[in-house]
Design a protein around this ligand. Structure first.
Ligand code: UP5
Ligand code: MG
Length: 204
């Protein structure tokens, strides 16, 4: 028999609690996470924000690559995002913060598997389910002032395609493990949030 190659995650779910927050572009992940941070003791780590910060970090060897992937609505190679998340989690754990909302990640199967194998298994997935036309309107509206390089119609269409082709399978995978809390989010922010609170009450 060959030697076992199984690796152990860096943290156990008792030590570190992770909720993945998923949903299409503009579904309202960031908006709802902010509200959860105010009411519960979560640390909010948005993968997109970590990537944008790395893109803008002076001396980053990945800046140009990240910029191009984001504009094209493509998923940045997992090694980069995983390293950013692992560092952010470790820093917070050092400061005694152990409960995380990981927003906009994993959005590809390889990321889901690597994260749970190497970092920690997730507790559950909060999935914001939103019709595409609603997300489109929100992103176009936000694009008037956001300054985000991907809030324009060409990039938005590409982001929608990547979400359908690459990220929905991740949600379907977690659904087979009955780990998904699905929330409709084509209603006012506070109504969505009430549904979120009711749905997660028994899971925290
Ligand atoms: N809004 C929100 N909720 C509303 C409601 N209920 N009613 C009315 N308006 C509502 O909301 C979007 C807009 O809608 C805001 O103006 C808000 O006020 C309004 P927001 O909460 O920002 O939605 P969110 O789902 O967070 O949308 P976001 O644009 O951030 O989603 P994406 O998933 O597209 O963006 P992210 O930053 O996660 O990723 C960007 C890119 O980074 C990806 O396309 C990809 O290229 C790259 N990426 C990776 O490569 N790997 C990763 O792991 C993560 C990202
Ligand atoms: Mg966001």
């Amino acid at each position: 028999m060959t030697a076992a190659t199984k690796t152990t995650p860096a943290f156990s779910p008792d030590q570190v609690s992770v909720v993945f927050v998923l949903g299409g572009p503009g579904a309202g992940k960031g908006t709802q996470c902010e509200k959860l941070v105010n009411d519960y003791s979560f640390v909010h780590l948005a993968a997109g924000d970590l990537l944008r910060a790395e893109q803008n970090r002076e001396g980053s060897e990945f800046g140009e690559l990240i910029k191009n992937y984001i504009k094209e609505g493509l998923i940045v190679p997992q090694e980069i995002t995983l390293a950013l998340l692992r560092n952010a989690i470790s820093e917070n754990v050092k400061n005694n913060r152990h409960k995380f909302l990981i927003d906009g990640f994993p959005r590809k199967m390889d990321q889901a598997i690597s994260f749970e194998r190497d970092i920690v298994e997730s507790k559950f997935i909060l999935f914001f389910d939103c019709p595409e036309d609603v997300m489109l309107q929100r992103l176009l509206e936000r694009g008037k002032t956001s300054g985000r390089s991907d809030d324009n119609i060409e990039s938005i269409k590409k982001r929608f395609k990547t979400f359908k082709d690459t990220s929905m399978p991740v949600i379907e995978y977690f659904e087979t493990k009955s780990n998904v809390v699905r929330i409709r989010c084509d209603k006012p922010v506070d109504d969505v949030y009430k549904d979120v609170q009711a749905a997660i009450r028994d899971r925290l």
